[in-house]
Design a protein around this ligand. Structure first.
Ligand code: HEC
Ligand SMILES: [Cu+2]
Length: 336
């Protein structure tokens, strides 16, 4: 029992690794479901082979072991036995066919050409953030990929620098984003909700913090979002926000557009107040506005400490009052 303890502890530790929403075993859409069925199929075949081999192995080890005071018993030799050799060649071939046919069929069905009127999103990975562009509606956003439920969303994957990998475990297996070619995939879900995504290819210092989210909305709500983004207009509501806006125009606008129609050196911030995170991973929930504001201030002042190696410089010269003003301004970037 004592020897089992570390194994049990390790199993419990590993079981804690995956948040349920970050698991391919918990699919929420046709693509992830198909992929899960392949995972289950291949694991079942492996388990079957393992069990059969383990049983034969155990039997042989016990049956032909050397017993004290007994003469060595040599088992019957089967070299050159055609019947046996055919059996143990045919069984693996059958198993491989059972594995290959559904795998190849699923792989091809997931690579189907998009229809003419398909819904497309262009995803560009950057060290260490995600840019999302909707060519049909001319919307640019970042960090949160908003999609309608009940529709197949085709994705062009590209990278602005090194290789990254786009992975939303509940919706689909990962796919690389490359600097010099475009990979294509699609996702779909019928369930509105927030699906966590990760960069799944080691891409540099802040790789582990290169998180993003897919936000699936009912079609009507999705259309509201589109209208909100297309007509996005800053409504500066207070004197503090006006001050923040001026500071933003001095220090930030070179990298951050606040008009949802253009990409930039940093994430587009149109509708930023609606986002659930800062830089993809820092909490920014309306349930806890103090924490959200503190995180945002820390980010603006010292982005390099919060997410080492990312492309936003520190702004150590900004004082508390100026930071508060910028935060107030960013919090006013809501959709109506
Ligand atoms: C040199 C370009 C650059 C400048 C200047 C810059 N930023 Fe950034 N900013 C970035 C980049 C790049 C990111 C994405 C970092 C990451 O997540 O890897 C970012 C991220 C952010 C985010 C998080 C966005 C999101 O959707 O999660 C906020 C908020 C932000 N910057 C605010 C500011 C403010 C305020 C200023 C001015 C005081 C500023 N930035 C100046 C490049 C810049
Ligand atoms: Cu990465």
């Amino acid at each position: 029992m004592k020897r089992l303890l570390p194994i049990v502890a390790l199993a419990l530790l590993l079981a804690g690794c995956g948040a349920p929403e970050l698991s391919a075993l918990n699919p929420s859409g046709a693509v992830a479901e198909k992929q899960l069925s392949l995972i289950i199929l291949s694991i079942s075949i492996m388990v079957l082979v393992f069990v059969v081999v383990a049983i034969i192995f155990t039997y042989v080890v016990i049956r032909y072991r050397e017993r004290p005071g007994q003469e060595k018993e040599i088992p019957v030799q089967v070299e050159g036995n055609h019947k046996l050799e055919i059996i143990w060649t045919v069984i693996p071939i059958l198993l491989l066919i059972v594995l290959a046919v559904p795998t190849v069929m699923t792989t091809f069905s997931l690579a189907e050409e998009a229809p003419e009127d398909a819904f497309w999103v262009d995803v560009t990975a950057h060290q260490y953030w995600w840019n999302f562009e909707y060519p049909d509606t001319n919307i640019v956003t970042a960090q949160e990929l908003v999609i309608p439920t009940g529709e197949r969303v085709y994705i062009n994957l590209e990278s602005a620098d090194v290789i990254h990998s786009f992975w939303v475990p509940a919706l689909a297996g990962k796919m690389d984003t490359n600097p010099d070619n475009t990979n294509k995939m699609y996702i779909e879900t019928d369930t509105p909700g927030i699906y966590d995504g990760r960069c799944a290819e080691l891409c540099g210092e802040a790789h582990a913090l290169m998180n993003f989210r897919v936000v699936a909305l009912e079609p009507a709500e999705y259309n509201n979002w589109v209208a909100g983004m297309q007509n996005f207009d800053e409504e500066v509501v207070s004197a503090q926000a006006t001050e923040g806006r001026e500071l933003f125009a001095q220090s930030c606008i070179g990298c951050h557009a606040v008009d949802a129609s253009q990409p930039g050196l940093g994430p587009n911030l149109a509708g930023f107040a609606e986002r659930g995170t800062i830089a993809g991973f820092l909490a920014k929930s309306s349930d806890n506005p103090e924490e959200a504001d503190a995180n945002l201030k820390a980010w603006i002042k010292e982005a390099q400490a919060v997410k080492p190696g990312n492309a936003m410089p520190n702004f150590l010269d900004l004082n508390d009052q100026e930071l508060d003003a910028i935060v107030e301004y960013l919090n006013s970037l809501t959709l109506d």
